[in-house]
Write a protein that binds this ligand. Sequence first.
Ligand SMILES: [Zn+2]
Ligand SMILES: [Zn+2]
Length: 746
Amino acid sequence: MSVKRVAEYEIADDSDILRFVCLGGGSEVGRSCHIIEYKGKRVMLDAGIHPAYTGAASLPFYDTYDDLGEIDLLLISHFHLDHAASLPYVMTKTEFKGKVFMTHPTKAIYRWLLSDFVRVSSVAENDPSLYNDEDLAKSFDQINTIDYHSTMEVNGIRFTAYHAGHVLGAAMYLIEIDGVKILFTGDYSREEDRHLNVAEVPPTRPDILITESTYGTGIHRNRLEKETRLTSLIHSTISKGGRCLLPVFALGRAQEILLILDEYWDQHSDLEGVNIYYASSLARKCMAVYQTYINMMNDNIRKKFRDSKTNPFQFKHIKNIKNLDRFEDIGPCVMVASPGMLQNGVSRELLERWAPDPKNALILTGYSVEGTMAKQILNEPTEIPSINGQEIKIPRRLSVEELSFAAHVDYQQNAEFIDLVNAPNIILVHGESNNMGRLKSALLSKYHDRKGTENEVKVYNPKNCVTVNLPFKGTKIAKTMGFLAETAPKDGQFISGVLVQKDFQTGLMQLSDLEEYSGLTTTILMERQTIIVEAGPELVRYHLEQMFGNISILEESDDSIKLRIMEAVEVSHIDNRATIEWSGSIMNDTIADATLAILLTVDSSPASVKLSSKSCSHSHGSHDDTNMSSEPALELSRAEKIQNISAVLRAQFGDTLEIHEDGSHATIKIEAMVADIDFNTLEVECKAPSLKQRVAHVLNRAISLASPLLPKLTSDSNPAIKAEIKSEAEPEIKEEVQPDTLKIET
Ligand SMILES: [Zn+2]
Ligand SMILES: [Zn+2]
């Protein structure tokens, strides 16, 4: 009788209900915060404040949720205060101890916005502020960043960020927990504008779509019409001798409005001499951020940047002012000022000053939240209360117009996106209850004929603190592996082992079989990064070999390649997309960093030009002299050579490299491993073979690049040696390995 190596067992499992809770943003706009619970994992989406309230009243209902301390992961969709402003509170004043992720530009802008928020809220309100600068700084350092299109994994929860339009840095997240996929849109837009990419439809179909419903079933005017209306309204107000007030949120859509105005002023010389002011203390600081991230914006703005070689956000006709101290209010002008909903600050002060004059105009370009002055004034009251006291009434004669540039989808765009995403469950958030209700009815009648079929679409519009329960058929089968599979247990008998869930397969095995059957050691963080590399697979391979020496080729064809570097990092290159995958540890991360650095320069490297010109029938003579190694060798002093070599080593190993004072040798320390480089013999001493091999390769390359006269090193390139590295620094992020006892039901 043969031994059965693999057996399958059902796991008694009562955790296949997915729970969704809104702590904020449920049937309202403001304080967005949602929680997903599934299979013992918890993900929080956004942590905002409500702009119509102050202090503790503006927070999501954190105190109603008992398990804040159990949350694994918190994803922030974008930097707007209604999505991000209670993050420092969650991180420093509650039990929460999960990982926090946002995109790079979101993190950069978040920093400035929130310190401004701390300043404004502690001055303007009597409420004790929710957190101070110190809390902000402390929590800021613990925020992780994610690139668009990269996939990360925390405690078995995989998530990928996609463009959401809306504002710079805004992301949608596709989250996967044990095979169940959830797409969270955050605030999103599908209309091309002057600077942002529109929201993308992710390539996989989610089981649940959590989407904003801000505009409900409303339909936007088309963009051109809106822009024309905006500029002509401003132009006519100025011609009459009036002033225009455009309240905006300090950053984000303000930049789009400024791009429109700057362009219009360029085309209308009669407006010369009429000032456009942008009153924001953050304008100057964030200019740099907007410049840095031009590569994450759309083709329009990148082209503008390339063609003019200047920062398109460095406006020609717009004057930045910090506050009203130096503002001379002497005639027609345009004032773009925060806050966007006229709650306080510069925009409110000017509203009160300009409201009595009918020549003036107020233009609301953002979404106005219930309970704010912006919402109130849309009803065109004859008088408005002053910020200095409800009893002080100010006559309102200025004209009021709403022209939304808010970059939220309207019904048409939302419905089209919902169709494309094609999720069987839709949860509506971020909408006033009327708008949300109308959207729900519209969707239900749209999908009416699918009712009762397997393509049925369910739509939910939960209120705050109400739980939505969604049943999912999760993984029910565990396969025994190794020793446990060799003997068949009797009915009702208990067996125990380590339950390993990997890529949503569940296996049961003895601890001693763990490495052989699961490939797991202890702490593994799988990371993946994809970038565009236009060069062909041959060049990619050439450059990586130059750096790392022997690399293992896993697959190769004319137009694709898959290879493994230092037994640690896998690189695949197909259709101009290079994907790097590695399991996270300090050593692997540095190899992955080095790999990424090389891939990023492949397209522009002189060697690429040279190599590709070889295969081309026309000769590109001018390129030939760009290859460094064919240049005549320069006479360098020993000190200069060592300096050059050190620079190359430094570029690869960063702060882990230390050059000895007398210049005789250098050390590289990565965790417990130390490599010593003797500059006299050019030999590498290191007990860890993987590090030794890598240092030797980099040194070799450094010698040939920086100092061609020195003799080449031979490197120890034994690919079979694999270092066992245990990262103790980041134990929280790991593959699921949980001991468990199973009841067998055969
Ligand atoms: Zn927003
Ligand atoms: Zn929002």
